[in-house]
Design a protein around this ligand. Structure first.
Ligand code: ATP
Ligand code: MG
Length: 333
């Protein structure tokens, strides 16, 4: 890996398969970034403990980590260019997190909007110390590799802000060793769900997964929400906010076909069946190369484990270097 490149750290919690929303929102961008930057893609399994601290929930983590790697590989994330690693296999990060936790006050951690969101969504009355510490552990992930850029969704911007504060405070209190990372907010926007809800999200169950086969995609598209005001194919239809056309725009590379369908839809000259049949074809065409790459690795647990192991060793090398440096400037090395 060449060291003159700027560093990126981003990733996912291994909570389930990735979907078209993830593709539009982050994955597409990551594939592009890995040529320009030194990329670290974290499988943040320790970050799932904040909402899953029992064996029923943790026993599947390695499986889900491999599933995530498979999703990464399928879209073209390349372990020979980028580091894919599992957070729990880099224990140095928890040491850094412990040190950083002393630079953040409880009210500061408590003020994060994401904390309130998680507590509301999951009906948590009082946050665990682990949940309060979530952004501090994330700061340790980021600063451990001295990342310059952190691609995140808008929702995570506050976590990058607290990371910047930690880096600044550490630099000021000890020695300037950390770059101040910038958030890189994705331009992909949020992909609407198949049910017309604002966000495709696995907990809502309105997703088309990268791992869905042709049959499944056909079925999901057939059941998609369209324009509720349109009863018959001869009724003039609405394009805006209509998930069928949003997906056509995002995934159908035949722009003339999309323009023609839209034109006829507005005029009431095309039925949902044709629009959806063509969408299913376009989506399957988009997913085919993703499926082909997946097929090369699927079921090869050893290879997936090896990718995680090698990536985690590389991440550990960086983490150990940073930790040494941290302890040295603290005078406790
Ligand atoms: P859950 O329902 O468990 O919250 P999810 O499907 O919403 O899962 P997240 O794990 O919350 O997925 O998503 C992680 C990141 O992926 C988000 O911060 C965002 O950047 C991106 N992402 C997820 N869903 C979408 C979407 N529908 N459109 C664009 N980006 C998305
Ligand atoms: Mg979510």
């Amino acid at each position: 890996m060449t060291s003159h490149k700027k560093r990126i750290l981003t990733g996912d919690r291994p909570t389930g398969p990735l979907h078209l929303g993830h593709y539009v929102g982050t994955l597409k961008n990551r594939v592009r970034l890995q040529d320009e930057y030194d990329c670290f893609f974290i499988i943040a399994d320790l970050h799932t403990l904040t909402t899953a601290a029992n064996y029923e929930k943790t026993k599947g983590l390695n499986d889900r980590a491999r599933g995530l790697v498979l999703d990464y590989l399928s879209v073209g994330i390349d372990p020979s260019k980028s580091v894919i690693y599992q957070q729990s296999k880099v224990p140095e990060v928890t040491y850094l997190s412990t040190i950083f936790s002393n630079l953040v006050t409880v009210p500061r951690a408590d003020r994060l909007p994401t904390l309130k969101d998680v507590m509301n969504d999951l009906h948590i009355d009082a946050p665990s110390v682990g949940l309060l510490n979530y952004p501090i552990l994330q700061a340790a992930d980021i600063l451990m590799v001295k990342a310059n850029l952190v691609p995140v969704g808008k929702d995570q911007q506050s976590h990058i802000e607290i990371t910047r504060e930690i880096a600044r405070d550490f630099n000021k209190g000890f020695k300037e060793i950390f770059p101040i990372p910038d958030a890189l907010i994705g331009e992909g926007g949020t992909l609407i769900g198949t049910d017309g809800q604002a966000k495709m999200s696995k907990s809502i169950g309105n997703c088309i997964y990268l791992s869905d086969d042709e049959e499944t995609v056909n079925k999901k598209v057939k059941g998609m929400y369209t324009d509720p005001t349109r009863i018959k194919p001869t009724d003039p239809g609405h394009i805006e906010g209509n998930p069928v056309f949003i997906y056509h725009d995002a995934f159908n590379d035949d722009k003339d076909e999309v323009a023609d369908l839209k034109d006829r839809y507005i005029k009431g000259q095309v039925g949902d069946v044709e629009v959806k049949t063509k969408l299913a074809l376009a989506l399957n065409k988009f997913l085919d190369p993703i499926r082909a790459r997946r097929a090369k690795y699927e079921g090869n647990t050893d290879l997936l484990n090896q990718i995680i192991f090698e990536g985690s060793e590389k991440a550990r090398t960086e983490a150990s270097k940073t930790l040494e440096e941290v302890l040295t400037v603290m005078g406790i090395k």
